[in-house]
Structures are given as C-alpha cells and as structure tokens.
Design a protein around this ligand. Sequence first.
Ligand code: SAH
Length: 247
Amino acid sequence: MRLGILFASLAALLHFPVTESGAQGREEDFATQRARMAAEIDAMARETRAETGREHFSAAVMAAMAKVPRHQFVPLEQVRNAYRNSPLPIGHGQTISQPYIVALSTELAELRPEHVVLEIGTGSGYQAAVLAGIVRQVYSIELLEPLGLEAAERLARLGYKNVEVRIGDGYQGWPERAPFDAIVVTAAAPSTPPALIAQLKVGGKLVIPVGAMQEVQELLVVTKRADGGTQTRKILPVRFVPLVPGR
Ligand code: SAH
C-alpha cells in the first residue's frame, strides 16, 4: 500500500496521469499481498497435515488462491484487510471465510477440470470464484437475495462465465442441475442434508461443516458409495455462520 501511495504522489509531481498509474500500482500491490497470503496458507497446510492428511494443497488449488482478487469480494472498508488469512464481514451478518478454510474445502473436494460443482452459501462469491478457476462449471445457491444478486453481478463483472448463482434454500440442493461431482457447503448445518447426498455422484465428495450453530463445528468430508451409503471423515474443528433453514 505504501509503495502505491508513493508512486501516486511521485506521478502527481511529474504530471503523470495519476489515476491510471496509481491503479496499476495498487494492482501490483494486491498481487504481492496475494502471494503472501498463499504462503501463509501453505504454512498452515503444513501445520495441519496430521488432521488433513495433506502437507501441501494441490498446485491447482494454490494457483486459484493466488489468482482470485479477494479485494474485489469484500466491502470497501475491508479492502485493506482483504489478504489477511482471516474471515471478514460482508454485510447481512455474514462473512467471507478465512482463505485457508476456502483452500482446504476446495482441496478436500478433490476436483478435476471436467467437474461440475455445487456450492451452498454463495455469500460474496469468493469461494465460487476459486472453484470456477479449477472446474468446468460451478452452481451456487444463496438464501439472502441481496447477497446472491450482488455476488452474481460481481462474478459477471470479473469475467467468471462458468458460475451460475441462484437464490434459494441450500438444504434442498439444486435438483435440476444434479448430479454433482462435488458439493462444498460454506455454512454450518446441524447434520448432513439428505438432498445433498442424493445429488452427489458416486465417489463424489461433500465437504461440509457440521455441528451445533453458534458453536465450533467439525469440517467433514462425506464420500458417496456405490451402494448409495456414505463414508464420513472428520477433518478439523471449524467455525462457520449457520446454514439457516429455508422457508
Ligand atoms: N462462500 C461465501 C461465504 C459463505 S457465508 C464466500 O465465499 O463469501 C455463508 C452464506 O450462506 C451466507 O451468505 C448465508 O446467507 C448463506 N446461507 C445460510 N443459510 C443458507 C441456506 N439455507 N441456503 C443457502 N445459503 C444459505
């Protein structure tokens, strides 16, 4: 940030077009912050390897984290904090998740380029953008209309053509677009919603925080078996905003 300001004032002195060079300086600054954030995620991945079974996240996940402009997904007053490895408020009592958790959830979904993925809880659209950088198509459901509309607009403006956002109740999934190769839930449910298991392909992963609302939850990876049953692995204690029961 300081470099950006210095550059802008120097530009003013020399009668350069300040806005353009200033904006470019800021973008460079954001790219530097993003690289630092990716390094912090990598360090945290190493610290949590015993729980997650992964020393590093995949190159595809790390590339997506290093690319998506998180500062475009937070309110103006949070832009200076955009690349901190922490959750941030996005209005309507909701939060954009901690970058490490976004990376971990994405990693645990075991994505491939041809995959079609469902996200529950669009929020700012950040997790959807990270997924969209890795897979063919992302569908995302948001309960709160203003948040969902804003996220859809933002994703379109930033050029994400493979994300579709719908206003609705995530507990029901998106039957018209099912089955999904993976489902990533970014709000905490008291238990695994049966509709989401039903809409998952065999072998597909459902990544979901489960536990009592307002308390620490457990991040789970649920794999759908060929016989329709599931196998569940507990990963880490996490804290998400609640998946509110829809109407
Ligand atoms: N993935 C988001 C952050 C999610 S915060 C991001 O990257 O910014 C959780 C979101 O889930 C909130 O926006 C909240 O409104 C939404 N939500 C809560 N209950 C829901 C439900 N039943 N169906 C769909 N979305 C829900």
